[in-house]
Ligand binder design. Structure first.
Ligand SMILES: Nc1ncnc2c1ncn2[C@@H]1O[C@H](COP(=O)(O)OP(=O)(O)OP(=O)(O)O)[C@@H](O)[C@H]1O
Ligand SMILES: [Mg+2]
Length: 355
């Protein structure tokens, strides 16, 4: 019944095609899809072809658990498309889910944010794929930093600078915005995935033990911190000893995790520092006054705001619901600025790239 009713209305949709997670937001409804951007494939016997075994949540469960003839792949990485045929299949899979649930109708309008380093041609290809799968005519691309800033509630229309740090899975995007435009931006090839890769390296060096990516990510989320906690916490970790090859367990504490994360945190601080150095003085003064804003999954690392303040002397504030800022902000742009009956605001007219 609800699905049938949904079918009567043409929803406005935003898609955040992230390297780590894909989110789909329906205006007036909220996030209706939030799945890892991962595909699991099985190779044929002669390795000449493959079949898709799972996509999204189901594929992530297989991470580090696949037999020899299978693999889990991230079709987007480091802000780029690394495997378009797989990315296309993943995108189609998510879109078909939305069509089957009657969230997307041919009269819907769709706005999409793509990984930052995709070329103009790749962006066009993504847009064409969405159009052909959904039969939606109005598909727009929007810059992820502008969408994230809208979702985080930053005053990007004002004559004051906003600095946004989006710590995603494999990239950290640092953007300075003012008067509706991007003044400066840079994309570091380091993100929250590198925190857990660093944890894996740390265990190899200090415990001669191998742990899987899923375990390392769980440790990062459960006890990761950028700054010492009031109370040191401990966790028992299971892995495989590199020498004996047998499963072992050992206890790590939160201070060891800080030590493991430090090299990645330093790269992020260095990146922010470089952008600040290039920021025009008036805007830099604004930023030092109002601070910077953090979005993306990596900003959920405990005390990362305190770490930034300590290292750079500028306050950093975590946005509300930082994992969904891009999808929510893109939907806001669609709702507010693409309504033909309304005057299109200069901000989004500049940022939205029409079909
Ligand atoms: N509590 C947490 N602490 C640290 N990292 C976290 C936490 N929760 C999620 N993450 C990490 O956030 C990352 C995903 O963030 P996000 O969804 O913003 O990335 P993305 O936008 O898909 O990636 P990209 O920006 O590289 O395209 C993953 O590395 C995940 O492990
Ligand atoms: Mg992102």
């Amino acid at each position: 019944m609800i699905k049938a009713l949904r079918g009567w209305f043409a929803n406005d949709i935003s898609i955040d095609l992230g390297c780590a997670n894909t989110l789909i937001y329906v205006c007036g409804q909220g996030i209706v899809l939030n799945e890892p951007s991962i595909v699991a494939i099985r190779y044929t016997e002669d390795n000449s072809a493959y079949d898709i075994v799972a996509v999204g949540d189901d594929a992530k469960k297989m991470l580090g658990r696949t037999p020899e003839n299978m693999e889990t792949v991230r079709p987007f990485y480091n802000g780029r498309i690394v495997d378009w045929p797989l990315a296309e299949k993943m995108l189609k899979h998510f879109l078909e889910k939305m069509i089957n649930a009657a969230w997307i109708k041919p009269r819907s309008r769709i706005v999409v944010c793509v990984p930052g380093d995709t070329s103009a041609e790749e962006r066009r290809t993504i847009k064409d794929t969405i159009k052909s799968v959904t039969r939606v005519k109005e598909v727009y691309l929007v810059e992820a930093p502008i969408a994230a800033a809208m979702g985080a509630g930053l005053p990007i229309h004002e004559a004051t600078a906003s600095m946004l740090i989006d710590i995603g899975g494999s990239t950290t995007d640092i953007t300075v915005m003012s008067l509706n435009g991007i003044v400066l931006s840079t994309s570091l090839k380091v993100g929250s995935d590198h925190f857990h890769y660093s944890i894996i390296d740390y265990f190899k060096r200090n415990y001669q033990c191998l742990v899987g990516e899923a375990t390392a990510e769980q440790i990062k989320i459960e006890m990761g911190t950028a700054f010492p906690l009031e109370e040191v916490t401990e966790l028992s970790v299971r892995g495989r000893h590199m020498g004996h090859g047998i499963p072992v367990s050992f206890v790590v504490n939160s201070n060891e995790i800080i030590e493991a994360l430090e090299p990645v945190l330093s790269l992020i601080i260095h990146g922010i520092h470089s952008v600040l150095e290039k920021t025009p003085p008036e805007l830099a003064a604004d930023i030092s006054k109002v601070g910077m804003d953090l979005v993306g999954g990596g900003s959920l690392l405990r005390n990362i705001d305190l770490y930034i303040k300590e290292e750079l002397g500028i306050s950093a504030k975590l946005a509300k619901d930082p994992l969904t800022c891009v999808a929510r902000g893109a939907a806001m742009i669609l709702e507010k600025s693409l309504q033909k009956s309304k005057k299109v605001s200069v901000a989004t007219q500049e940022q939205v790239e029409n079909a």
